[in-house]
Each structure stands twice: as structure tokens, then as C-alpha cells.
Design a protein around this ligand. Structure first.
Ligand code: ATP
Ligand code: MG
Length: 352
């Protein structure tokens, strides 16, 4: 029987509640499909930061290195600035483990209220492939002439050939396993250095995949299209910033943040990949036991898929769909009155 070593970092707020449910579902999937998950839990969080001044210990990255996968809840705490949680935990892990793909599949699930009324479930299925290690989210730049009339700020973006090429290539490989269509988010009419470079690399890679239909669309037009004609999109590839924005948009059009999983993937598998819900710690509903655990459970399914347990991953996806379609167990964001644990238990039971 295969055993996988998994690091669990529940984090803060609702991250703790939804991770507990995901663990339960994944353990049951293991019992049913013949593998074992050996969990190690880490208390790394903003709460830890308020006590110790660090989100994770100095050797945190080394502690994570031996694991087969990482399941992350969410980090964020009122009073702790976002840049502390991001640069103190998330970004160092993504970079140290070369998790250069942020994979965000979106799908209209049964029993959910898409803002796009009247859409059929099979019309809305796409995956956002977001560059996860460079681009617009850089530490280069600064503030100048503070308090003077000529005050200004500069933020530099870094796009490397290696970085751009590998994410675009990943999108094309993924398209081959799906519909065979890739759309690239660009803005080369306004951003005149990095985006034309991105487009050039995209065209080069596209030439090597004549079997895949490719197109480049400006991010503004693409955002509108995602709302009006999402059925014409499948694999959407974008830079760190564009991918971030498009994946929240895609999550919103397919039923909300409570349903959207994501993976920070190191495709060669040299280092552990990390799976998490797209949503954050949701301080407004933390501690009430009403968070929707589906996003985190689906993130767990992505982790199983990544580990090679494809049958189990599909079974978790199906269990989620069955429970949502039945509709009798639903958290408040889905229009029901159930708790996080009730929905988690229903999905666990649906795995038999
Ligand atoms: P963070 O600072 O950790 O990113 P945030 O303030 O950005 O937190 P999110 O977690 O991104 O908050 O949530 C945004 C909104 O979506 C909140 O109103 C929250 O209640 C709602 N929400 C997010 N996740 C869920 C969930 N799993 N179930 C129900 N509602 C959710
Ligand atoms: Mg947030």
C-alpha cells in the first residue's frame, strides 16, 4: 500500500476549519482506494507571528522539503498586514520549491448559484494557469520624494525567458489533455516591454504545438468575455497578476470563493507541491463554524491527482457533486443552514 507524507498547515481563521474537513475526506478516500496519508501538522500562521514575530521557523523550508505534498489552509489575521503573511510564508514556499504553476480549475458545480444565471454545468469548465514565481509581484521598486508635490512610486516587473516559456509550455501540455485550446492574457498595447516579450514567447511555443488552438487576448477584453462567453474558454494562461485576477473572476462566475481550489505545482516533482483553496482566512465568518469546506476538499482532490491517485481524486470530486446536487446539506453561502463539519461529514460519507 502506498503511503504519502503530507504536511498540513491549517493557518488562520476558516483555514483551520476547512483543512480539518479536507483531511477527513482524504483519509476516507485513502481507506476506500488503498493508500495511506501520513500527516504532520504545522502551526505556522499569523497567529504564530503575533506571538513569535515569525510566520514560520527560520528552517521552515527545510522542514517541508521531505514531504510528498503540502495542504495549506489560509493565512491572514486582522491587524497583521497582508505582506507579512505573503512574504513570511506563501511566497517563500512557492519560490523555494519552484512551484511555478498556479493551477486554478473552475467548474460550475450542481447546487451552486453562478452569477451567470441560466448556464448549464457543462458550459462552464476552464482552468486558469497562473505564473507563480515572477512577473509583477516583485520586491523591486520604491517610494520617492515622500510628502513633496513630486511624490512617486515605482514598481518593477521581472519576466525571464525561462519563467515565461515554462508556464506557457505547461498550458499547452495541459490543453492537449483537455479541449486543445489555449488563450493567453496579454496587455501589450499598454505595457510595452514585458507584455510584447510574453506574446513573443507565446507565439514561439504555440508554433511547437500545431495541434493546439491558440489565441492571445487583451486582459480587459478577456475579463468581459469570461463573463459573457465563458463557454468559449478552456485553458487560460496569464502572468502572476493577470492570472490572480482572472482566477478570482472565474471563481466568482462559477459559484463563489467557497468552491474554488488551487494548486501551487512544481511540475517536475523535484519538490513538494502545495494545494490550497483560493479563498483566504475570511475573518468575517471565522470561528462561526459555517465556512464552506468544498474549496479545500477539492484542493485535496487536486493533491491526490498530483500524487498519482487519479481514481481517488475523481471519487472525491464525484462525492462533492453528489452532495451538492442533493442539496440537503449546504452551508449558508450555498443558501443552506448546515455547518462546516456537517458538509464535510456528508462528503466523507458519500465516499462510502
Ligand atoms: P484574507 O486576508 O485571508 O485573504 P479576506 O478578507 O480576503 O481574507 P477571503 O477569505 O478572501 O477574505 O473571503 C472573501 C469573502 O468571501 C468573505 O466575505 C468571506 O466570508 C467569503 N468566503 C471566503 N471563503 C469562504 C468559504 N469557504 N465559505 C464561505 N464564505 C467564504
Ligand atoms: Mg483575500
Amino acid at each position: 500500500m502506498s503511503t504519502y507524507r503530507i504536511a498540513s498547515i491549517p493557518g488562520d481563521g476558516i483555514g483551520v476549519d476547512v483543512t480539518a474537513e479536507a483531511r477527513q475526506v482524504l483519509d476516507r478516500a485513502g481507506e476506500v482506494h488503498g493508500f495511506r496519508l501520513e500527516w504532520t501538522e504545522f502551526d505556522w500562521s499569523c497567529e504564530r507571528y503575533t506571538k513569535t514575530g515569525r510566520m514560520m521557523p527560520e528552517d521552515g523550508i527545510d522542514q517541508l522539503r521531505p514531504f510528498d505534498g503540502i495542504l495549506l489552509g489560509a493565512v491572514g489575521f486582522p491587524g497583521v498586514p497582508d505582506h507579512v503573511s505573503l512574504w513570511g510564508l506563501l511566497i517563500p514556499i512557492r519560490r523555494a520549491f519552484a512551484q511555478y504553476v498556479n493551477l486554478r480549475p473552475v467548474r460550475l458545480l450542481p447546487g451552486t448559484t453562478s452569477v451567470l444565471a441560466g448556464r448549464e454545468a457543462d458550459e462552464l469548465e476552464m482552468v486558469i494557469v497562473r505564473e507563480n514565481t515572477e512577473g509583477e509581484y516583485s520586491q523591486i521598486g520604491g517610494r520617492h520624494n515622500a510628502g513633496q508635490p513630486g511624490e512617486f512610486a515605482v514598481q518593477e516587473s521581472i519576466f525571464t525567458r525561462v519563467g515565461v516559456e515554462r508556464i506557457i509550455r505547461f498550458a499547452f501540455e495541459l490543453a492537449r489533455t483537455r479541449s486543445g485550446r489555449v488563450c493567453s492574457a496579454t496587455k501589450s498595447n499598454g505595457i510595452i516591454h514585458t507584455m510584447p516579450f510574453w506574446d513573443e514567447v507565446f507565439a514561439e511555443v504555440a508554433a511547437a504545438y500545431p495541434d493546439v488552438h491558440s489565441e492571445q487576448t487583451h486582459i480587459d477584453a478577456l475579463a468581459a468575455r469570461m463573463v459573457q462567453h465563458p463557454d468559449r474558454l478552456d485553458v487560460v494562461v496569464g502572468s502572476n497578476l493577470f492570472g490572480d485576477i482572472l482566477s478570482d473572476l472565474a471563481a466568482a462566475v462559477t459559484g463563489g470563493l467557497g468552491m474554488a481550489p488551487s494548486g501551487n505545482v512544481n511540475p517536475p516533482g523535484e519538490y513538494p507541491s502545495m494545494f490550497e483553496a483560493v479563498h483566504g482566512s475570511a475573518p468575517d465568518i471565522a470561528g462561526q463554524g459555517i465556512a464552506n469546506p468544498v474549496a479545500q476538499i477539492l484542493a485535496g482532490a487536486m493533491m491526490l491527482e498530483h500524487l498519482g491517485e487519479k481514481t481517488a481524486a475523481a471519487a472525491v470530486q464525484k462525492a462533492v457533486e453528489e452532495v451538492l446536487a442533493a442539496g440537503s446539506v449546504a452551508t449558508p453561502d450555498l443558501g443552506g443552514k448546515s455547518t462546516t463539519t456537517e458538509l464535510g461529514a456528508a462528503i466523507t460519507d458519500a465516499l462510502a
